[in-house]
Design a protein around this ligand. Structure first.
Ligand SMILES: [Zn+2]
Length: 182
């Protein structure tokens, strides 16, 4: 590159960042002048300060959330934050109400499971608990295998098995109907 076409360096003061004219025969400068040099130094110091502050805030939040959980139970941070804006008495009552709602949801999920297992085992009985093989369900024949499967299957597997039981029972019933009429 010929002389005079060199890209000039930019001032390292982030608030300035202007190109610094290149003076032939002089060392390349990093700053326009001492004012920019001072400003850049202050900016770096400020950044380091902010970094320390952010880390300190993380530690404080960690402790704050632990303290809130000890007081109000295992709720999500956003809920804890909201409770913290209420008076102590109101926060305690709202937290208790939320915990009761959570418990009710857990209970209804376990009731749903119980009902599902009853439906599956009742249906299975109608067709003598056959082997069930699908993409996601692999079930050996017999009541014991069915009971065992139902005890460890997750909700999604139980829902699939319920569909299979419906299909097997319905097909069996249709077979019976056809047999009676032909
Ligand atoms: Zn500058």
């Amino acid at each position: 590159m010929p002389d005079g076409f060199e890209i000039p360096p930019r001032c390292q003061n982030p608030a300035c960042n202007l190109p610094i004219p290149i003076q032939r025969g002089h060392r390349r400068r990093q700053y326009c002048d001492d004012t920019c040099k001072q400003a850049a130094y202050r900016a770096r110091r400020r950044e380091a300060e902010l970094d320390r502050y952010e880390i300190q805030q993380r530690e404080e939040l960690q402790q704050q959330i632990a303290a809130w959980r000890a007081r109000w139970g295992d709720l999500v941070p956003e809920t804890l934050q909201l409770l913290a804006t209420l008076s102590a008495g109101m926060a305690a009552r709202v937290a208790a109400a939320i915990r009761a709602e959570v418990a009710r949801a857990v209970r209804s999920q376990s009731e749903e499971r119980t009902t599902l297992v009853e439906t599956i085992l009742f249906g299975g009985e109608q067709v003598n608990h056959p082997a069930i093989l699908t993409e996601n369900v692999s079930l050996a024949p017999g009541l014991d295998a069915w009971v065992a499967f139902c005890s460890y299957a997750d909700l999604a597997e139980l829902l699939q098995l319920r569909d299979q039981v419906y299909i097997v029972c319905t097909a069996r019933a249709r077979r019976g109907a056809l047999a009676r009429h032909t």
